[in-house]
Design a binder for this molecule. Structure first.
Ligand code: ADP
Length: 469
């Protein structure tokens, strides 16, 4: 149980960060202490060595001027006044026998006899005389004198060791609170660093089918976590728009399918109920097929509109020659226009280019041209033109047809809306909604100017360089 919760704790980023932060802090503290210890220890030992060396040179000079007598007098004075820095002093004869010895009372435990047993090596700078059951050492420096005599001056490392021991004790006493402080600091830093992530997690947890409006609070720090929160909120916004779009489409489809489905069912019921002959049944079937096709077209167009509106429509962008585009669409409707006795004109210079999906462009121009011909009586005129306006290309589809009433103008873009005066014409009321959605998917705008009885003018403005984000 305990092991399992420990294993789970180890997986937490907060715990790992705490370990990292505190580990680095504690290691740095350890390193600093070790460095300080090393510097203190080497400086103390250097100080001792210098003092020994100086004393050795002083006594050697004394010996050379006044011999053993002067040396002994000096040591007697030293003993009498109990100098602050005591030294071990030994004068050895040519066989390394002790001729004269001075050991401060606190170092009597050193086995000086050992020095006599050692072969004096004047080339070695230092002789170390250990003491039993103790870490202290007597450090001895030697200098040869005339007559093969040897002068030795030394000092115990006990003072040095005492300071270092004190330092180690302080270090141990400080280390425990330091480790605790390291952990507490590490935990605090990890807690602070992970706060945006916790906000993100709680935002993700609270997102649900009915809670798409949740947003992660942005820390406004401009760092990576801030960027992550902004990106996440952007993603939520897109998903929310998509879901709302889908919900609206579904509502619309359900609502709009009711009428044609009821009609379809009516046709089938009438054909079944009245014992009609084969010819009438055939007609009913033909009507049903026609109605089903209308439903299918309606569904497909509705799907296209919602895709375009929600940004889910895939546009195959390429460079499109506007003049060729207009000519191609006009060509498709030339016979229809001629048949209805409508004059059709196109005007666009050959150097106009757009970055757009050519099929979708054809679809919107065909819809506008189809409306223009449909709602223009015989003897009228339809024009398609294109020109540059600043960074945009403007395409106009003008007619001299029945026009649209001002109060109906804002509604013509709504799905399935049809103006009163055009109900006699065939149509689903979806063409203009699709046109507007595709134009907006290309980051363009569409507007209409119309006067009843005089005609309508649909104007599309599209950016020449259209890069999808
Ligand atoms: P429809 O299938 O009815 O043509 P649209 O969405 O294409 O559907 O158009 C919506 C309504 O706008 C039409 O029913 C019509 O009343 C009006 N309309 C569109 N284009 C024109 C036009 N060129 N002249 C007059 N009225 C138009």
């Amino acid at each position: 149980m305990f092991l399992r919760s420990l294993r789970q704790l180890r997986k937490k980023v907060g715990f790992r960060l705490t370990i990292w932060y505190s580990g680095i802090f504690i290691l740095s503290a350890l390193f600093l202490f070790a460095l300080a210890y090393f510097l203190l220890s080497s400086s103390l030992s250097k100080q001792d060595h210098e003092a020994i060396q100086l004393r050795l040179e002083e006594l050697s000079a004394l010996y050379q001027t006044g011999g053993r007598e002067l040396l002994e007098r000096e040591v007697t004075v030293e003993k009498k006044f109990e100098k602050k820095i005591p030294f071990f002093i030994r004068l050895a004869g040519s066989d390394n026998e002790t001729l004269f010895l001075h050991i401060p009372y606190q170092w009597v435990e050193f086995d000086i006899k050992q020095l006599e047993k050692m072969t004096p090596d004047t080339t070695a700078k230092w002789t170390h005389l250990p003491i039993r059951n103790n870490r202290n050492v007597l450090e001895v420096a030697s200098i040869p004198l005339p007559n093969d005599y040897l002068l030795q001056v030394g000092k115990s490392t006990e003072d040095r060791e005492r300071i270092l021991r004190h330092f180690r004790e302080i270090f141990t006493a400080v280390m425990v609170p330091l480790i605790l402080f390291g952990f507490a600091g590490g935990a605090f830093l990890a807690f602070r660093a992970l706060r945006p992530i916790r906000h993100l997690i709680s935002a993700v947890r609270s997102v649900g089918p009915n809670r798409m409006d949740t947003r992660v609070p942005s820390p406004q720090t401009g760092d990576e976590l801030d960027e992550l929160a902004t990106l996440f909120n952007g993603m939520l916004e897109k998903i929310e728009a998509l879901i709302n779009g889908m919900r609206d489409s579904l509502d619309n489809v359900a609502h709009d399918l009711r009428t044609p489905m009821t009609r379809l069912r009516g046709i089938a019921e009438i054909a079944l109920q009245s014992n009609q002959n084969l010819e009438t049944c055939r007609e009913a079937l033909a009507d049903s097929i026609e109605e089903s096709e209308r439903i299918l077209t309606m569904l497909n167009t509705l799907m296209d509109i919602s895709e375009a509106e929600t940004g889910a429509m895939k546009l195959d962008l390429e460079s499109v020659n506007v003049s060729a585009l207009i000519e191609g669409v006009a060509e498709l409707y030339r016979y229809v226009a001629e048949d209805k006795g409508i004059l059709m004109h196109t005007k666009a210079s050959n150097n106009l280019y757009l970055t757009a999906d050519p099929n979708r462009m054809r679809q919107i121009l065909a819809n506008l041209l189809d409306n223009a011909i449909k709602y223009t009586p015989t003897g009228g005129r339809v024009d398609m033109e294109a020109h540059h306006r600043g960074q945009k290309i403007v395409i106009l589809v003008k007619d001299t047809g029945i026009g649209i009433h001002p109060e109906e103008l804002p509604r013509i873009w709504d799905r399935l809306y049809r103006c009163d005066q055009s109900r006699s014409q065939k149509g689903l009321g979806l063409g203009l909604s699709l046109v507007k959605a595709i134009v907006q998917a290309h980051k363009g705008q569409i507007e209409v100017f119309s006067e009843p009885g005089k005609g309508s003018n649909f104007i599309i403005a599209l950016p020449t360089d259209n890069h999808q984000s």
